[in-house]
Ligand binder design. Structure first.
Ligand SMILES: Nc1ncnc2c1ncn2[C@@H]1O[C@H](COP(=O)(O)OP(=O)(O)OP(=O)(O)O)[C@@H](O)[C@H]1O
Length: 201
């Protein structure tokens, strides 16, 4: 049964898009720079105006308050917003230290100021912050874009476990063909505003 269902979705430069992602499935999107991948994810997260329908199980995007939709259908962007000085302040309900260590981060970094973190450290903490919301759908915009190979593999492994254990649906934008080969069950190419399936496992 599809978890996320997108029908006739049209947003700036993109669409109409038809796509369904099952619970526990990982779908990757590739496409040249400027082809509209981020715009597509933003529309699904209800951050930009769009036409058409996006449903999570039985709930349509328009039937839920926007914050509830964005908690359930969470967008992780390459450079996240931080609203407080310390990393820890962004984890309202705390976090299991094992998750931090799995991403190769020191647990002590929870007490660091956001401003001292490297781009890659911030990117990994932003992922952890998003996972702590326990979303059913993860919209991942180049989640390893700033990371070295070891950190990239750690992020891939954590997301794989999250997908399996929570039966989450992942829509993952990546420019890395090797990564797409490792994580995707289906892959699409976005070109001219349209999605074309380019392979499946
Ligand atoms: N607010 C906006 N107003 C007008 N045009 C925009 C706006 N946001 C994005 N665009 C344009 O829409 C196009 C698609 O942008 P988008 O960020 O979705 O590309 P992308 O596929 O994610 O690219 P990349 O791989 O480089 O991240 C680009 O040409 C961009 O300039």
């Amino acid at each position: 049964m599809p978890c996320l269902r997108i029908q006739q979705l049209v947003t700036r430069h993109v669409g109409p898009i038809e796509l369904a992602i099952g619970a526990g499935e990982c779908v990757c999107i590739e496409g040249s720079s400027g082809s509209g991948k981020t715009l597509l994810l933003r529309a699904i997260a209800d951050l930009d105006p769009h036409r058409g329908e996006v449903r999570l199980d039985d709930a349509s995007c328009t039937s839920l308050p926007a914050p509830a939709w964005r908690r359930a259908v969470a967008l992780l962007v390459a450079e996240s917003q931080w609203w407080s000085e310390r990393i820890r302040d962004h984890f309202e309900h705390g976090i299991d230290a094992a998750w931090i260590e799995r991403l190769g981060l020191p647990v002590a970094a929870m007490d660091w100021e956001v401003a001292r973190c490297s781009t890659g450290e911030r990117q990994r903490f932003a992922l952890l912050r998003t996972l702590m919301q326990a979303p059913s759908v993860l919209l991942l915009d180049e989640p390893t874009g700033n990371l070295d190979q070891d950190s990239t593999r750690r992020v891939e492994a954590l997301l794989d476990d999250y997908r399996r254990q929570r039966q989450a649906a992942l829509l993952w934008v990546s420019h890395d063909a090797g990564q797409i080969g490792r994580v995707a069950q289906r892959r699409y190419h976005l070109d001219g505003g349209k999605l074309q399936e380019s392979g499946r496992r």
